[in-house]
Design a protein around this ligand. Structure first.
Ligand code: HMG
Ligand code: MG
Length: 295
């Protein structure tokens, strides 16, 4: 059976968009539960400006609070050297830089142009190489941008190729808005695969239009074997108006099984984690149940 890795991004991409602060203890409990599910990698934190994404301000405390499972790597977003230093101090096993395929999204998400963002990532890649820390590169808005509209496949390929050339171990293709249809995802992949081999790519699909699983199938046919997902289908990007949740981990696992792929996850633990994630969102939505920051 062919193995496909699900890279769990729930604790980061799933929660970053919640406006009411979720307590550290709840976040730690979610990561600890996910650590028992069989993932190789969990995106547990994000060392970005707390002014830009307040929900992730407790990332250092979350990393300090979790009980690490030996075979799990705990990853974090690091948009610049300040974020990288914080991720190192927190003991993250891998970090991710994140660029966009459109200028509009780059400005909204990183407050700089695509070229400037790549320049900013240079020192992060250099430091990580010296420290032996693997770096993932995201490309956002790979089919559609909320500000600039349809994105040309060539623009995605150019940014993906640049991230790979800078030393990223993997490039994750972010369908940020979740509006991409299989035909356009396929055309985007065809262009990217001319620059980056399938073995170094991951698919990161949001599920706004309910087509994420179809898009994953297209990517599987193109040879991709890593997919990002969030338990309970949580998520959305704070700088992508209209973006709904990430595709749900449990849905991806079920589809992979139906297609005859192995994923190695314990579905009982996944169901437990999905329940916790949904309860966190429901709690955050009801002011009376919101927990304060650190706990
Ligand atoms: P800026 O305002 O241009 O940056 O933001 P700056 O360098 O001028 O710094 C402004 C303030 O932020 C300063 O503090 C810095 O110290 C601080 P002040 O002096 O005002 O008190 N700062 C930081 N603090 C903590 N950690 C840091 C950091 N860097 C600066 N790392 C910046 C530029 C990149 C910082 C900002 O735009 C930012 O944090 N953006 C992050 C946005 C974000 O996290 N978006 C969501 C994640 S991306 C995503 O979800 C997409 C993805 O899922 C894939 C997909 O679906 O497409 C990955
Ligand atoms: Mg995302």
């Amino acid at each position: 059976m062919v193995n496909v890795e699900i890279f769990e991004v729930g604790p980061r991409d799933g929660l970053q968009n919640e406006t009411a602060v979720i307590g550290v203890a709840e976040k730690v409990a979610l990561v600890n539960c996910l650590s028992r599910a069989g993932f190789n990698r969990i995106e547990a934190a994000s060392f970005v400006s707390p002014k830009w994404v307040p929900q992730m301000a407790s990332s250092g405390e979350v990393m300090a609070g979790i009980t690490r499972a030996e075979r799990v790597g705990y990853w974090a977003l690091t948009p610049n050297m300040k974020g990288y230093a914080a991720a190192r101090a927190a003991g993250c096993d891998g970090v991710a830089v994140f660029a966009a395929a459109s200028e509009g999204f780059s400005r909204a998400n990183l407050n700089c142009s695509v070229a400037e963002s790549l320049e900013r990532f240079g020192p992060v890649l250099e430091a990580a190489k010296a420290d032996g820390v693997p770096v993932r590169g995201y490309v956002s808005v790979v089919t559609d941008c909320p500000f600039d509209g349809a994105v040309a496949p060539g623009d995605v390929a150019r940014v993906a190729g640049a991230l790979m050339a800078m030393g990223c171990v993997e490039v994750s293709l972010g369908e940020t808005l979740g509006r991409g249809v299989p035909e356009r995802v396929d055309a985007m992949l065809a262009a990217v695969l001319a620059e980056v081999p399938a073995a170094r790519l991951a698919g990161h699909f949001h599920d706004t239009s309910g087509r994420a699983l179809e898009n994953i199938e297209v990517a599987l046919e193109r040879g991709l074997r890593v997919f990002d997902a969030a338990v309970g289908g949580l998520g959305g990007c704070p700088y992508a108006p209209g973006a709904a949740g990430n595709v749900a981990t449990e849905a991806v696992a079920a589809r992979l099984e139906a297609l005859g792929y192995a994923h190695g996850l314990n579905m009982d633990v996944i169901a437990e984690a999905a329940g916790m994630a949904r309860a966190m969102r429901a709690g955050a939505a009801r002011p009376g149940m919101v927990q304060g920051g650190a706990s």
